[in-house]
Design a binder for this molecule. Sequence first.
Ligand code: SAM
Ligand code: SF4
Length: 331
Amino acid sequence: MTSQLIDSFGRVHTNLRISVTDRCNIRCFYCMPETDVQFMDRKDLLSFEEIERFVKVAVGLGIEKIRLTGGEPLVRQQLHELIRKLSHIPGIREIGLTTNGLLLGDQAEDLFQAGLRRINISLDALTAEKFKQITRRDGFDKVLQGIEAAQQAGFDPIKINAVSIKGLTEDEIVPFGQFARKTGIEIRFIEFMPLDADNAWEREKVLFAQEIIDKLTAEIMPLVPIENQDRRAPATEFAFSDGVGRISFIASVSQPFCLSCNRFRITADGKLRNCLFSLEEIDIKSLIRDGADDAAIAESIRRSISEKKEGHEINTARFIQPSRPMYSIGG
Ligand code: SAM
Ligand code: SF4
């Protein structure tokens, strides 16, 4: 019988996010520093076999859904081989990938063949200039090609993740609304969170979900909530009132969803984190490399979940930004 990972607030954990690298081929300002990035030593990255073993233990504790992320997961060589291994683990119901899309043109087909179906592609702007301003690199056209390659390969669902930043992405809202209507791809606006390497986040820089809803309503048409949504999922989903085009929001700052959180994460260097904003980690890599048995790994996962705090406290004076920025945690 599978046991469950239940924390002290009664939250049942069924989702695991796995970071496969902290390296990236662009430098989004809300995530990475512009220069002098300190990357993990490659020998410290969990191997595909180590990740597979960890996932098998986690499945025994009730994990059903996994998402691969990073850094940029597609810069990890042969990522499709990991997907193939994971997709054969009995008990895994869903595997997703979050990518910046730059390498998707080359890899979409292999990823699909390996069993991946769900893909989120991050794109914050629909012009090359704004893309470069945010990512500090060229590559806008390559991301568009990546989205097309994902459509052609047959991925379903494909979602676009767009971080929303005050004073920067307001002009992207309506074009993204139209993009959702034209392509059938869901646009998922994510409120800018305090996980940037530069430590420059301020609440005033967050473009809130409600402001986006108001703008789309005024300039395109009202949004209506999708019925029967999974209340434990972080995103709230809407459709335009004529039924054409889906828009969703991860309103981590303005409407924290901590009380229904069902996820935990493992970093590329094998540290278990029970929250994006955790200040503590459990070192699974050392356990694995020191020869721990599955029961000891399971016990560490249970301990991590039992120590999970009620919420992230971004909106309080008590909030402390984790020392790991987003690229090194795995978003
Ligand atoms: N490199 C891949 C990508 O960009 O899709 C995967 C890793 S990235 C850390 C995962 C997601 O986190 C992306 O959608 C990215 O836009 C988002 N993200 C990164 N930093 C963020 C921040 N400070 N606030 C909100 N979202 C952030
Ligand atoms: Fe790279 Fe993703 Fe971070 Fe952007 S958000 S710098 S693409 S890891």
